[in-house]
Design a protein around this ligand. Structure first.
Ligand code: NAD
Length: 499
């Protein structure tokens, strides 16, 4: 059995806590590796190494720091297939989707190559007589990130690329479900020229997370994962005086207006609802057709598309639409919620409950499900399912449809499909959700914009990547300078004011 490691001080280090978690191959249901679960002493060791390495890195000029990221992009491209394969093997998503996971992280790394421009600061010449004023953006010191299983390449890169570009050291605590790619990324950063100790990977579970939350030296924590844990990390991290940003769960609605191109809407829903087995925080899990006639036309278009979906292991290459879900527990949770939908009176139009894949009977595959006539009080509507299950809630008007999305506790992403520019514009203006698609089902912003939801999908002020990342990973210091010639007249005793 392969025993995975931590990545500390520029090398792989065996776990010493004696605790391990199984890393599964979700397609076969087999345990393929064991990942060490760090003790608080191991976290402390990583923090000490980071704290010793960080000042020299902060003193390295931003252009040199950016060059490490430039080289890292080359290495990501060189190893793309290897990274995608390792990612699919532990996560279960298809190979093209795994390469997309790496690619969307890589794009944030590319953006962070612009760090010298982003860190330039501000300068006011002659803010007063003989006085100049300037603001600097300085690194925080040792920073940390805790990431989810569903994007084991992209989300770590969203955090460590800006953190490191800004001159911080970064400690990554990846998901214990798929830790291999984060370890590979740390190796590649070092190959790209990053000094030892600036990017370290500490594998673990709650014990490691709690050690991070309570460590005095750690200045900031980024978290992406489920909402209950996001709330816990935000509250505990803030109480311990850290800068914290947490991104949580989602229930993304797509509104289909009567004038929408129904084929386009159905294609979009199939990709956005079932891609990556629905294990995306930007997946569409609720379709809201406006009017019964729209709903009937939509369902008629959706059913044959869903029935044609190819579900299989990543080893089948491009011939698979989506793979297994990540664990047996995730599968059981999805099945429980599907049953609750049936019991609470929703109509199961496509029933994936008996799905079996020959040769992969022990894999965590879940067939596609489509519900119609879902209502607001049902568990399948209230809770994030994180599986290949699409719920249709019929609305009788545009106002009812937008109201549904606005009343839901989550506010990560949403979309409207329509040919009516006025409706689309009104929707984008009024909706209380962070990322909005207009005839685009998964509106994940590109690297130079920022990513973040509203309501219970986020805790904290600043979004991920884009300009916000440079704010999150730096502190502003403002200097007011007057040189000796300015005080030839003697001291000043009253507060200076502008005339
Ligand atoms: P999770 O909350 O179970 O785990 C996330 C991280 O928290 C992992 O590193 C895990 O080890 C750690 N963790 C788990 N339980 C903990 C505990 N009790 N105390 C401290 N740390 C703990 O999430 P997941 O299952 O890995 O990921 C899926 C979730 O992430 C979904 O809810 C999805 O919507 C969300 N997500 C959100 C975004 C976003 O940007 N909003 C992006 C991706 C995923």
């Amino acid at each position: 059995m392969q025993e995975l490691t931590h990545y500390l001080d520029g090398g792989h280090v065996k776990g010493t806590s004696g605790r391990f978690a199984d890393v599964m191959n979700p397609a076969t249901g087999e345990v393929q590796a064991q990942v060490p679960l760090a003790s608080s002493a191991e976290v402390d060791k990583a923090v000490q190494i980071a704290a010793a390495a960080q000042p020299a890195w902060a003193a390295t000029n931003p252009q040199r720091r950016a060059r490490v990221l430039m080289k890292f992009v080359d290495l990501l491209n060189r190893d793309m297939d290897k990274l995608a394969e390792a990612l699919s093997r532990e996560h279960g998503k298809t190979l093209p989707d795994a390469a997309g996971d790496v690619q969307r992280g890589l794009e944030v790394v590319e953006y962070c190559i612009g760090a010298p421009q982003m860190l330039k600061g501000e300068f006011t010449d002659s803010a007063g007589p003989g006085i100049d004023m300037y603001s600097m953006r300085q690194p925080l010191g040792v920073t940390a990130g805790i990431t989810p299983f569903n994007f084991p390449a992209m989300i770590p890169m969203w955090m460590f690329a800006p953190a490191i570009a800004c001159g911080n050291a970064f400690i990554l605590k990846p998901s214990e479900r798929d830790p291999s790619v984060p370890l590979m990324l740390a190796e590649l950063m070092e190959e790209a020229g990053l000094p030892k100790g600036i990017l370290q990977v500490v594998n673990g579970d709650k014990e490691a997370v709690d050690a991070i939350l309570h460590h005095q030296v750690i200045q900031s924590i980024g978290f992406v994962g489920s909402t209950p844990i996001a709330e816990y990390i935000y509250a505990t991290g803030c109480a311990n005086g850290k800068r914290v940003q947490c991104f949580g769960g989602a229930k993304n609605h797509m509104i289909i207006m009567p004038d929408a191109d129904m084929d386009q809407a159905a294609d979009a829903l199939v990709g956005a609802g079932y891609g990556a087995a629905g294990e995306r925080c930007m997946a569409i899990s609720v379709a809201v057709p406006v009017g019964d006639e729209t709903a009937d036309r939509l369902i008629e278009k959706l059913v044959p598309r869903i029935e044609k979906l190819k579900v299989g292991p990543y080893t089948a290459g491009n011939d698979v639409d989506y793979g297994p879900v990540v664990t047996a527990a995730a599968k059981a949770n999805i099945e429980r919620l599907v049953q609750s939908g049936v019991d609470q009176g929703a109509k199961l139009v496509v029933d994936g409950r008996d799905f079996k894949l020959q040769g992969y009977e022990d894999g965590f595959f879940v067939g596609p499900h489509l519900f119609d006539h879902v209502t607001k009080d049902m568990d399948i509507y209230k809770h994030e399912i994180f599986g290949p299950v699409l719920s249709t809630v019929r609305a009788q008007s545009y106002e009812e449809a937008i109201g549904l999305a606005m009343d839901h506790e989550y506010g990560n992403g949403t979309a409207i499909f329509t040919r009516d520019g006025d409706a689309a514009r009104d929707f984008a203006n009024r909706i209380n959700i962070g990322m909005v698609g207009i005839n685009v089902p998964i509106p994940v912003p590109l690297a130079y914009h920022t990513f973040g939801g509203w309501k219970k999908s986020v805790f904290g002020d600043l979004n991920q990547h884009g300009p916000d990342a440079f704010k999150f990973y730096t502190r502003t210091k403002t200097v007011t300078a007057r040189w000796p010639s300015g005080i030839k007249e003697g001291g000043e005793f009253s507060i200076p004011v502008m005339e």
